[in-house]
Design a protein around this ligand. Structure first.
Ligand SMILES: C[S@@+](CC[C@H](N)C(=O)[O-])C[C@H]1O[C@@H](n2cnc3c(N)ncnc32)[C@H](O)[C@@H]1O
Length: 448
């Protein structure tokens, strides 16, 4: 039986009542609760790939639900990534604020929630075609500062990408230029030698005898063949038209343009007044589970959002990062979460770096949660979506530690929902010390 959006209010009240009686987590299935929408095709959700996107069914449930938020109120996602919460907020008639330390994430969110005149977009793509025909590029050009550009891109692809980029840069309107830069970014990884199944760039392996046995060998070989004579502009145009259709679809769902602003590049410094938002929904990063900057390094380089050298600076802002020098972990930091400190002291003896990554993660998340609590209005809700993971083979109860931090920051747990979603988009297999996340916890916290 389909659940209607206006039933969500009643369901939520029941969840909160049940939890207040026994304080026990409630098993749910968001895909079943919100099963009347095909999110893959909804509005602009799929305009660009991004690691560890949030299941849109979750924000949909809370946003189309006046128990949590009313029309025209303000929703914040301090770790907004590709803007899933921001877009769903707009579609539900709410204004939204986002923050993210990754410039590509900020661009995706900005474009995803913008409105465009479709005829102008179509005119621009025609103009770009002519512009490219008049653009000359050769191998002596100054190419964007992309990490190992010649390793990841065949020479013919590199030249074609550069011609497209040069043409896009001639678009004078910032907003429209951003749309085309984003389509270009989406094209970059598809025409690179990076394996598209893996979030961080890993070269599709070829040429070595043994790799004939590799399960993806045939696929990689045919990709290389395709790339050798690929018309990149044609590929780019396909992406542009697919995205134009998404914007046409978005207008049909909600033609009113609620505002979205990307207000900060750091969840620890949101920069808006105290008690100014009505609802927070967020799925924060995990300790060592996703390398957001590395995963996007080719896109960041080609779109000129970051030079090679700047990638390290961006990574330093990233909560949950893994790159530290030995001097950083000569001693173990104390998080003041008793259970976590006991576990991390044990882990520190075996692997001091892993213990430091997890400890520093909790300390930085504490700053972010205190900041989120500061900007939330009294009596309003913070929906925090998190999971547990493993550090050096031990269970690290991330969601539980974040909940304890939130309680210390003045947020009361009024309900805990557990959804048995199998890991989507989290490619952790390569990291032996972090394991695949299988259960998602949705913590409903209230500012008292
Ligand atoms: C799990 S992802 C969020 C995904 C998002 N909900 C979506 O659907 O695309 C976590 C995000 O936190 C961001 N992040 C990491 N450290 C941050 C910081 N200090 N401030 C803001 N964002 C940060 C990462 O760049 C990443 O985009």
């Amino acid at each position: 039986m389909k659940t209607k959006a206006n039933d969500f209010n009643l369901i939520s009240k029941r969840f909160l009542e049940e939890y207040s009686k026994n304080q026990q987590p409630i098993r749910v299935n968001f895909k079943e609760m919100v099963d009347h929408i095909k999110f893959q095709d909804r509005a602009t959700h799929s305009i660009h790939i991004y690691p560890a996107k949030l299941l849109p069914n979750i924000p949909y449930f809370f946003l189309n639900n006046d128990f949590f938020v009313k029309d025209n109120e303000f929703v914040l996602d301090p770790f907004s990534g590709s803007g899933t919460v921001l877009l769903e907020s707009n579609l539900a008639g709410k204004n939204s604020y986002g923050c993210d330390s990754n410039p590509l994430a900020r661009l995706i969110s900005k474009v995803k929630t913008s409105t465009y005149n479709i005829s102008i977009l179509k005119n621009i793509i025609n103009t770009l075609k002519m512009e490219i025909q008049n653009t000359t590029v050769d191998s002596n050009d100054k190419f964007p500062d992309v990490v190992n550009i010649d390793y990841w891109f065949l020479p013919n692809i590199k030249l074609q990408l550069h011609a497209i980029l040069k043409a896009i840069k001639t678009i004078s309107d910032d907003n429209y230029r951003d749309f085309f830069i984003l389509c270009f970014s989406n094209c970059v990884k598809k025409v690179s030698l990076a394996d598209s199944r893996i979030s961080v760039p890993v070269k599709a392996k070829l040429n070595r005898e043994t790799n004939n046995l590799h399960p993806f060998f045939d696929e990689s070989k045919s990709k290389l063949k395709r790339l050798e004579d690929l018309d990149v502009f044609l590929k780019f145009t396909e992406i542009v038209y697919d995205n134009i259709k998404r914007f046409e679809n978005k207008v049909k769902i909600n033609s009113k343009s609620q505002s979205t602003k990307i207000i900060s590049d750091d969840a620890r410094k949101i920069g808006i007044p105290d008690e100014s938002v009505d609802l927070i929904i967020s799925s924060p990063p995990y300790a060592g589970a996703q390398k957001y900057i590395r995963a996007c390094s080719l896109n960041l380089g080609w779109t000129e959002l970051s030079s090679k050298d700047n990638l390290r600076i961006l990574d330093k802002k990233n909560i949950g990062r893994e790159n530290y020098s030995k001097a950083d972990y000569l001693t173990l930091k104390v998080t003041d979460i008793v259970e976590a400190d006991l576990l991390l002291t044990e882990i520190y003896k075996i692997n001091p770096l892993r213990a430091h990554i997890a400890a520093n993660y909790l300390l930085e998340m504490k700053q972010a949660i205190i900041e989120a609590s500061r900007v939330l209005k009294k009596g309003k809700y913070f929906i925090l979506i998190a999971a547990n993971n493993q550090v050096c083979g031990r269970e690290f109860k991330t969601q539980e530690y974040l909940r304890m931090i939130a309680e210390d920051a003045g947020l009361k747990t009024v309900c805990r929902l557990v959804d048995d979603i199998k890991s989507y988009g989290l490619m952790t297999k390569r990291n032996k010390t972090a394991s695949v996340i299988t259960c998602e916890w949705v913590l409903i916290l209230k500012k008292e």
